[in-house]
Design a protein around this ligand. Structure first.
Ligand code: PLP
Length: 285
């Protein structure tokens, strides 16, 4: 069955949906996006995603008001039309269509695209096995806090990791881990403290990361926001990634060195379970 997607005011079968070849998202990656998880047919942390979208748009000077555009209603309608129970809604807003020029046009109308993707989020193989990551230099631009569609390098690195028999990459800059190809990276030290890189232009300010840090602080765990090295990760008791669709997923090896006993750890399991429970209690329909 073909999906129904949303493009610039219309709900269309995916085969009939199209964007102009002159769209600045196509030519310059002049576009921002959000991915919202859907569980039990409801959305996880929709409001936080909308706030980050507003920030990304403002940083790029794209004149688009998500609230005026009724994005919540569009998400709901797309979930309904595709009978989506579990998976994600992808939303992209580009600056719009204009003749190709490095000078950003001021008059074009932003393009808006939404689609759904059905996939298992609650039960995944990686939750049981954990992920093996390799490290690679972080060669992305230095405004990683803006969620743009400029994803070529992380896509190349994810592909490289899989070609080398691993699951994903952790990128490294100045001797410390920045983040995964599409996730934030965290470790749990031998003393139980959660160590994670602080928010800055170096990383995307993950919505899942923020929720997990709140929870960890509520439970009285020490949360230390500072960069950590690859060696620290390899000596950690546990390690995990967070993202809207991976939730909290254990990492069991970094560059072939096992973390702890090489199996997903209990603290990561606890954090994942709590994250899922809390998300399910607050789903937005
Ligand atoms: N870091 C990067 C580079 C990402 O692409 C993502 C998600 O796509 C994240 C972190 C996690 O962010 P969130 O938890 O908001 O999905």
């Amino acid at each position: 069955m073909s999906r129904i997607v949303y493009v610039n005011g219309e709900f269309l079968p995916e085969d009939a949906a199209c964007l102009s070849v002159f769209d600045r998202g196509v030519l310059f990656a002049d576009a921002v996006y959000e991915v919202t998880a859907v569980v039990d047919g409801g959305m996880v942390d929709f409001e936080a995603h909308q706030q980050r979208l507003c920030r990304s748009l403002a940083e790029l000077g794209i004149d688009f008001d998500p609230r005026a555009a009724g994005l919540l209603k569009l998400h709901r309608e797309l979930i309904r039309r595709n009978a989506l129970n579990e998976g994600l809604v992808y939303l992209q807003v580009s600056r719009g269509v204009a003749d190709r020029s490095f000078l950003q046009p001021t008059t074009c109308q932003p393009s808006v695209v939404l689609f759904t993707q059905a996939q298992s989020l609650l039960e995944t193989a990686a939750t049981g096995t954990g992920l093996r990551v390799i490290t690679q230099p972080d060669l992305r631009w230095h405004r990683r806090d803006i969620k743009t569609t400029q994803l070529l390098y992380p896509s190349m690195m994810k592909t490289l990791a899989v070609e080398q028999g691993a699951d994903d990459v952790w990128m490294v800059e100045g001797g410390t881990v920045t983040e995964g190809s599409s996730s934030n990276a965290h470790i749990i030290r031998a003393d139980g403290a959660l160590v994670t890189r602080p928010t800055s232009p170096d990383i995307l300010h993950g919505i899942t990361r923020a929720a997990v840090l709140d929870y960890s602080r509520e439970t009285g765990a020490a949360v230390i926001e500072r960069p950590f090295t690859v060696a620290e990760a390899q000596q950690a008791r546990e390690a995990f990634i967070t993202s809207a669709t991976a939730f909290v997923t254990p990492v069991v090896a970094v560059d072939g060195v096992a973390i702890g006993d090489g199996r997903p750890g209990p603290a990561t399991h606890r954090i994942r379970s709590h994250y899922i429970q809390r998300s399910r209690e607050r789903l937005q329909y």
